[in-house]
Design a protein around this ligand. Structure first.
Ligand code: NAP
Ligand code: GCO
Length: 266
């Protein structure tokens, strides 16, 4: 049974894995035996994360490169292949959000979000997939969102990117599944990380919304997403392909309030 989730000898790259969801995924895959590589844009964060990883017994290979820059991605992955080995598991986790109403949003900001959240997963996967195809083994996990299928006021760029990423995931599956490469997405619900820090404070209307809409009655933890990633990175998911696994405490299943004075029981 344990063999199903054993990642010994596998090399995993988790983009933007210095904190938050990326770090939880890296820790979970590392605990299952994978050799972990993470990148980010800040040398300070890359240094600091090594200490956090070391505390859970993981020696992590870190590298500074921008996932939106094709040349930098090529250089970075060439270094990883040389220093650590060919990448077996790619988690396209790096992402940003800009919460701005459509009429107020600069087109350049819209494009920036699309570049990081949609085009970058394509750039990194394009660099890594040929090796996976040649070796007839690979797992690619694209970090989608509930916003892959929902709209919400102020997150148009993010939702456009994450909706696109869901379909990019399906198309990667259509083209690469025959080479024993599985490409899936994870759609986290509302997870307690720096991305949601400013809307999570007690008393903030968005915190109330999350708490009254999530059947599980809580924000998700990065570890909740890490566990789903382990499934999608492991043998246990070898016939799961082109799918988005929502890790959302049930929000997508629910149309209504789940607690408090507005609870609808009729
Ligand atoms: P986070 O704490 O903001 O972490 C995002 C990571 O991506 C950071 O390490 C960041 O680096 C890195 N990054 C951003 N732009 C980059 C670039 N151009 N090149 C390389 N690295 C870059 O976010 P999170 O909440 O953990 O989210 C991780 C992923 O899950 C994102 O794709 C996000 O959209 C998605 N997600 C999050 C939630 C949620 O509720 N938190 C829900 C659904 C989906 P710096 O720290 O140096 O900026
Ligand atoms: C927001 C949130 C999100 C989440 C997540 C939901 O403002 O609505 O930040 O979009 O981070 O992606 O799945």
């Amino acid at each position: 049974m344990n063999d199903l989730f054993d990642l010994s000898g596998k090399v995993a790259l988790i983009t933007g894995g210095t904190h938050g969801i990326g770090m939880a995924i890296a820790q979970t895959l590392g605990a299952a035996g994978a050799k972990i590589c993470v990148n980010d844009l800040s040398d300070e964060k890359l240094e600091a994360c090594k200490i956090v990883y070391a505390k859970v017994g993981l020696e992590v290979f870190t590298l500074n490169f921008d996932v939106t820059n094709e040349v930098a991605v090529d250089k970075g992955i060439t270094i990883i292949e040389k220093e650590v080995g060919p990448i077996d598991i790619l988690v396209n986790n790096a992402g940003i959000i800009k919460r701005v109403p459509i009429l107020d949003m600069a087109v350049s900001d819209f494009k920036l979000v699309l570049d990081i959240d949609l085009v970058a997963p394509l750039i990194v996967a394009k660099r890594v997939a040929p090796g996976m195809i040649a070796r007839r083994f690979g797992k690619i996990i694209n970090m989608c969102s509930m916003m892959s299928i929902y709209g919400r006021n102020s997150v148009s760029a993010y939702a456009s990117a994450k909706g696109g990423l869901k379909l990019l995931t399906a198309n990667m599956c259509c083209e690469w599944a025959k080479y024993n490469v599985q490409i899936n997405g994870i759609g986290p619900g509302y997870i307690a990380t720096s991305q949601t820090a400013d809307i999570r404070m007690n008393g903030h209307p968005f915190n109330d919304l999350v708490m009254t809409r999530t059947p599980a009655g809580r924000w998700g933890e990065p570890e909740d997403v890490g566990n789903a990633a382990l499934f999608l990175a492991s043998k246990a998911s070898d016939f799961v392909n082109g799918h988005v696994l929502y890790v959302d405490g049930g929000i997508l299943a629910n149309f209504g309030y789940v607690k408090g004075e507005n609870e609808i029981t009729l």
